[in-house]
Design a protein around this ligand. Structure first.
Ligand code: NAP
Ligand code: HSE
Length: 429
């Protein structure tokens, strides 16, 4: 049995989960794949910290882990995009396969990283970077490889889904739910990445790379997180038959554009994704041959992430044993580009706060009519303050630029009380 030496760079929330699960999983990898893994070196920021289960003495200098001749595979679990990029470059220079859970690195530095890996002919494995324990990248790379993808959408941030579920089901406070998500090891070291939708957008960019063959320029992806969500919108959504989820959408538009976006989105309560709660993620891949394929599973946390890391370790070890090159990652053929945000067509939920007086509804409906935007439902709840009342519209599909124009026109009316709340609606048909 071939034993492959592993070097770990970073042993925090995820790294310590990997170390804890390694020996038991290694028995299975031996039986099933005929390879054995041995952790031979580890680097951390503070080597003096006590670390249960770590079988090697950690060092502070990650370069020594990569240059260690007993290390054949490098696992980067630092996070961030600066030092992790240096780790990746050093692994390529040493011709050692890289395994990473770092979606930020791939999404933001992929255009630099991927050509370097190609030149060095070193494989990168990154199943753990998207949707925790769900093997969705393997499905895209292998199971659906013969399909044209008609769309990808998913709930791909466990922390946000955990927070939204706690708020909707138990009336938890946002800050309390976030604190618990951190304690459970779901959140990023900088939890703003989760709450502000950036982590989900990193994952959406990676799904776009594998599904559509190009890495979208990260700064151009429209991203909205869950920080500004209000309880009343959760409640109005429910009255309209929807639930609010942080949804990532990656879908082709015409022959050469792909829409990539992350936003809190109303999805039908009766759709299977409407019942994905807590840390669970769901990803739907629609192939032209397969039809819709939906995955659900734990999207974050040290154990779920270890599952993906260990699968990558098994695959990398097998390629090393067989002296085969491993999967080659391509940065794409340059044929597709990101859709401009104003060009996006979709359904919207719009809540205005307006003066409670006769004729208001008709005026606003008139403005939507002028922009040729159909109205599918209206909610005007009773019992609000005397001065202002929420008026909620669920709209038919419209171009985002037309919607923005209509909302701007309503906001100029003297009857309007505060900025409108606009949310996306996806019927996921
Ligand atoms: P973390 O808890 O902050 O751990 C980072 C580790 O890196 C720590 O062990 C730290 O050392 C070490 N480190 C930092 N700078 C270093 C340096 N210059 N040299 C050597 N070691 C250094 O992060 P995490 O939550 O485990 O996340 C790791 C990665 O996994 C991130 O890319 C994250 O996005 C990704 N990920 C997380 C999850 C999840 O569920 N949490 C799921 C999938 C992917 P010390 O221990 O001494 O501080
Ligand atoms: N912070 C991430 C999440 C970890 O909550 O989904 C998994 O990538």
């Amino acid at each position: 049995m071939k034993t492959i030496g592993v070097g770990l760079v970073g042993c925090g929330t995820v790294g310590s989960g990997l170390v804890r699960n390694l020996s038991e999983a290694n028995r299975l990898l031996q039986q099933r794949l005929g390879v054995s893994l041995e952790l031979r070196a580890a680097a951390v920021r503070d080597p003096s910290k006590q670390r249960a289960d770590l079988p090697v003495s950690p060092v502070g200098d990650w370069k020594s882990v990569i240059s260690n001749p007993a290390v054949q595979i490098v696992v980067e679990l630092l996070g961030g995009t600066t030092e992790s990029l240096e780790v990746a470059k050093a692994a390529f220079a040493a011709a050692k396969p890289l395994i990473t859970a770092n979606k930020a690195l791939l999404a933001e530095k992929g255009s630099e990283l991927i050509p370097l890996a190609q030149q060095a002919r070193v494989p990168i494995y990154f199943e753990a970077s998207v949707a925790g324990g769900i093997p969705v990248l393997k499905a895209l790379r292998e199971g659906l490889v013969a399909n044209q993808l008609l769309g990808i959408h998913g709930i791909i941030n466990g922390t946000c889904n955990y927070i939204l579920s706690r708020m909707a089901e138990e009336g938890s406070d946002f800050a309390d739910a976030l604190r618990q998500a951190k304690e459970l090891g779901y959140a990023e070291a900088d939890d703003r990445l989760d709450v502000d939708g950036i982590d989900a957008a990193h994952k959406a960019a990676i799904l776009c790379l594998l599904g559509y063959g190009f890495l979208p320029p990260f700064a151009k992806i429209p991203i909205e997180g869950i920080r500004k969500l209000e309880a009343q919108d959760v409640s109005f959504a429910r009255q309209l038959g929807y639930v609010l989820k942080l949804l990532a959408v990656v879908r082709p538009v015409g022959p050469d554009r792909v829409e990539v976006r992350v936003a809190p989105t109303l999805i039908p309560a009766r759709h299977p994704m409407g019942s994905i709660h807590g840390v669970f993620n769901a990803v739907s891949l629609v192939g032209n041959l397969s039809g819709p394929v939906q995955f659900t599973g734990r999207g974050a946390g040290p154990d779920a992430t270890s599952s993906a890391l260990l699968a990558d370790l098994g695959e990398a070890a097998r390629h090393l044993r067989d002296q085969s090159p491993g999967p080659v990652l391509s940065a794409g053929d340059g044929k597709r580009r990101l859709l401009e945000p104003g060009e996006s067509v979709g359904r919207f939920y719009v809540r205005f706060e307006v003066r409670d007086q006769p004729g208001v509804l008709a005026q606003i409906a008139g403005i939507f009519g002028t922009e040729k935007i159909g109205i599918s439902s209206v909610l005007q709840p009773e019992g609000h303050g005397a001065d202002s009342v929420p008026l909620v519209f669920l709209l038919e599909p419209a171009k985002e630029s037309a919607l923005q124009k209509a909302v701007a026109a309503v906001q100029k009316l003297p009857l309007n009380r505060s900025p409108a709340r606009i949310l996306r609606v996806e019927d996921l048909a």
